[in-house]
Write a protein that binds this ligand. Structure first.
Ligand code: MG
Ligand code: MG
Length: 272
């Protein structure tokens, strides 16, 4: 069942999303060679609690930590541990927070120091595909339009689009209808309506789309051992169009990256 949100509820959800955005921005400064994912996890938990929120993943389906930390060939749902990050790694950080009864849920894949050009391109194209998908999230369009846009953008570059894991509606629960595959056919699937809030999250592999499950019961990794990237935004449908609730600007501020991608996205929405 799709649960649409009122304008007031969307504003509450914006704050939940921004708690996560600020958490990722705080972590951006800390991601470097030698740091363990368990250390970053603790920082995130403390920060989220300092914002009057609680970690959204901790205990959810019995997940043991605040962050899903998935380095290199891990796609998603990696469990933080004591292994230090190394120069040239990538680390996908997925974070959830619950505040005022609503969840925020978003993710970013960080380079650790210098990374090789092929992996750097994977991160760039995956993030681009996130916006390609979000653009399709408007009243009258359907679930398949978003998935198709993401799939086309990534497969153009020869990447594998993970099939088994999907984006989702978001609200008082972390995973609501509809499921949002990152692949699909235009014009297929459920229709979008005003007030929907959706977490769009392409999970894109440098090589094959096929995955394996680690024996810890959580971690998903690529079948061929090549890297995988994951970017996620929370988006509401307001006045018929997609509106970003989460933002990467805290990450960019922390890393000194100049990016107008979100502003550009908003401007494009105005002329559609
Ligand atoms: Mg997430
Ligand atoms: Mg999600």
């Amino acid at each position: 069942m799709i649960v649409v949100k009122t304008k007031e509820e969307i504003e509450i959800m914006r704050e939940s999303a921004l708690v996560v955005s600020r958490t990722l921005g705080m972590l951006a400064k800390e991601v470097k060679p030698g740091v363990t994912t368990l250390y970053l996890d603790k920082l995130a938990e403390d920060y989220i609690r300092s914002q009057g929120a609680i970690p959204g993943f901790l205990g959810l389906y019995d997940f043991p930590n605040t962050l899903c930390m998935s380095p290199n060939a891990q796609v998603v749902h990696g469990i933080p541990n004591n292994k230090p990050l190394e120069e040239g790694d990538i680390i996908s950080i997925d974070c959830g927070a619950l505040k005022n009864g609503f969840y925020g849920d978003h993710a970013y894949t960080f380079p650790v120091g210098e990374i090789d050009p092929a992996t750097e391109k994977l991160l760039r194209i995956t993030k681009e595909s996130l916006y390609e998908g979000i653009r399709e999230l408007k009243v009258g369009n359907r679930v398949g339009d978003v998935g198709n846009a993401i799939q086309r953008h990534c497969e153009k570059h020869g990447y594998g689009v993970v099939r088994e894991l999907v984006g989702h509606g978001l609200g008082r629960t972390m995973h609501e209808d509809p499921e949002m595959p990152n692949y699909g056919k235009r014009g297929r699937g459920k229709k979008f309506v005003e007030g929907m809030v959706i977490a769009i999250e392409p999970m894109i592999n440098l090589g094959t789309h096929r995955i394996n499950h680690l024996s810890d019961g959580w971690t998903i990794l690529t079948k061929d051992g090549k890297p995988s990237a994951h970017f996620e935004h929370d988006v509401a449908i307001v006045n018929g169009k997609p509106e970003l609730l989460s933002t990467f600007k805290y990450i960019y501020d922390a890393l000194g990256i100049v990016s107008d991608e979100e502003e550009e996205f908003r401007q494009n929405q105005l002329v559609l």
